[in-house]
Design a protein around this ligand. Structure first.
Ligand SMILES: [Zn+2]
Length: 220
C-alpha cells in the first residue's frame, strides 16, 4: 500500500462472478471538496455498489489536501492537473494501479465548485454512446438548482452540461477524466456540486446523480 505523509492511498474493488459492466468512481482529488468522499461513503453504506456491476472505487486521491482543507496536496500540487506528467507520488501511484485494471464501461469523478450556483457536469463521450447526462440533470433538478449559465468555468455549457474536447493531445495538463478517457473508458462524467450548499445537500446531489445514472445504465 502506498502512503503519502502517513496517509494511505486506497483503492477498492468489488467483483461479482459473471459478465458485468465495470464501473469506476473516484473522489477527493481536491482536498477542499469534502462532500465528495462522503458521497461515495454514503452510497457504499446504502448498498448501491451491488451485484449489478463490478465496482472500482478510489475514494481519497488527495489525503494530505483533505487533512489541511486545500485543493492542492501538501506539496502544493493540483493533483487533477498531474495525470499527463505524473510528478506527484499520489497520481503516479493512482496511474500504476489503473494500469492493472481492465477497461471501464463508465466512470464518475466527483467534485465540488466553490463558484457555481447549482449542480452541473462534464461529459466525455467520444464515441457518442447513449448519454446519461440528461438523466442526471433532470434527477438532481427535481430537488436542487442546476447551474444553467451559458458558460461555466470558462467553457460553453448548456442546461448544466459541459462537453469539452476529449482529445488528450490538445491539453498540456491532464485532469483525471482526460487520462481515463485516453486509456480506460469511452464514457466519463465529472460531477460538480455547489460548495455554497450544506454538506448534506452536496452529498445528496452526488447521490441522486449517480443513482439515477446507474439505474439508467444497469439492467435491473
Ligand atoms: Zn475539484
Amino acid at each position: 500500500m502506498v502512503e503519502i505523509d502517513g496517509c494511505p492511498l486506497i483503492a477498492l474493488t468489488k467483483r461479482t462472478p459473471g459478465p458485468r459492466p465495470r464501473i469506476y468512481l473516484s473522489s477527493g482529488v481536491h482536498g477542499d471538496e469534502p462532500a465528495t468522499p462522503l458521497a461515495l461513503l454514503s452510497l457504499l453504506q446504502r448498498g448501491i455498489f451491488d451485484s449489478r456491476a463490478v465496482w472500482f472505487l478510489v475514494p481519497m486521491i488527495n489525503p494530505t489536501g483533505y487533512l489541511q482543507g486545500t485543493r492542492e496536496n501538501l506539496a502544493g500540487v493540483d493533483l487533477n492537473r498531474d495525470y499527463r506528467h505524473r510528478q506527484s507520488p499520489e497520481i503516479a501511484a493512482h496511474v500504476r494501479w489503473l494500469e492493472h485494471q481492465p477497461p471501464f464501461d463508465l466512470t464518475f469523478c466527483l467534485h465540488e465548485d466553490w463558484e457555481s450556483t447549482g449542480f452541473y457536469l462534464y461529459e466525455l463521450n467520444p464515441e457518442n454512446r447513449p448519454t446519461l447526462a440528461d438523466t442526471m440533470i433532470s434527477a438532481v433538478g427535481r430537488t436542487y438548482p442546476i447551474d444553467r449559465a451559458p458558460e461555466i468555468d470558462g467553457r460553453p455549457a448548456s442546461g448544466g452540461i459541459i462537453r469539452p474536447d476529449p482529445d488528450p493531445i490538445s491539453r498540456e495538463l491532464w485532469p483525471e477524466t482526460i487520462y481515463l478517457c485516453a486509456h480506460h473508458t469511452t464514457l466519463s462524467y465529472t460531477l460538480e456540486v455547489p460548495s455554497a450548499f450544506s454538506i448534506a445537500d452536496r452529498v445528496a446531489m452526488h447521490g441522486i446523480a449517480i443513482e439515477s445514472a446507474l439505474n439508467a445504465f444497469l439492467p435491473s
